[in-house]
Design a protein around this ligand. Sequence first.
Ligand code: SF4
Length: 402
Amino acid sequence: MTTAQTQDLTRDLDVQPTPLALLLLGREADTRSERGVDCPGDLPSPSDPDLVERARAAKEKLGDKVFVLGHHYQRDEVIQFADVTGDSFKLARDAAARPEAEYIVFCGVHFMAESADILTSDAQQVVLPDLAAGCSMADMATAEQVAECWDVLTEAGVADHVVPVSYMNSSADIKAFTGKHGGTICTSSNAERALEWAFEQGEPNSTKVLFLPDQHLGRNTAVRDMGMSLDDCVLYNPHKPNGGLTAEQLRDAKMILWRGHCSVHGRFSLDSVNDVRERVPGVNVLVHPECKHEVVEAADYVGSTEYIIKALEAAPAGSKWAIGTELNLVRRLANRFAPEGKEIVFLDKTVCFCSTMNRIDLPHLVWTLESLAEGKLVNQISVDRETEKFAKLALERMLALP
Ligand code: SF4
């Protein structure tokens, strides 16, 4: 993709310039990010024909000392070495349930590795094979921006009535902010329960939710699942003074949505849905709730990645599905279910990988496993104690949700 194309895409998505720009696949580097961008060692060449064998040998040498987690959106070349696959929260819990594993190699993105570090014991070290594997959505809410937002809410006289609910796809700092301010974390599977819990806190009818950082999951859950109206939601834009909102708008709102989104799911449009219905007659459109509201409204089914997988498992032979989520996962599902006579297509015509997740490739995995096998701890992700304490509080509130 050229820079001009990237700019066009950015315009299409109505994205404000963010201080932490999306990193393109295998190229460029965001030197303003808190994450490292260099690999502190010699990466094997991607054309090395022995990469698969090297990864296998290093993993075998490490034995039970290593546990490799593979996020659903990860490349096939990496997924083949995962001990478990799943979404970020499941993987973090899986790692915590394997205390004998000294090294947790997280093939995912930065916030996921942070969550794993928060939930695992001090004896376990979490490693991210490429430190530049971030998440554009998580990067759209920085600790400074959220602290400033809280000041705006305080000045508007509403902060005492606001309960923060933060999506799992947020940095440890944002999770800690949420824990400190009496809020909870949610996943795309339990967002409705998390919001119901939040609205039960404080006085009836005066509680508001500050939903971070994914506006779409917040809006879709509030409007589609909980019967609120679009007018109950306002959008807080961290790039505008006072979030671009008046004190009156903040006082009237039930949902204060942070202006963040996923660059992958944000690509799907109403046109994608209409187009696939024409291309594939009788198709069932199934999308992730990180998609835009109009896409979710036009779809037949909406749910998390786990929901999508289960829906396809239960689908009858001969059924046709267009899936609106990350392409690596959709491809794997299409291959897996083709022998059962289920036709699965990608919702959009253009490629839609998670470019940051795709930074973790086989050379990075080989380098990581071989370094660990030689006793060298590399690319460790470690959350400081104070942040961990409050982030864990917010995660525990989620675990206690009814
Ligand atoms: S798919 Fe979207 S939310 Fe998930 S890691 Fe990639 S950019 Fe972040």
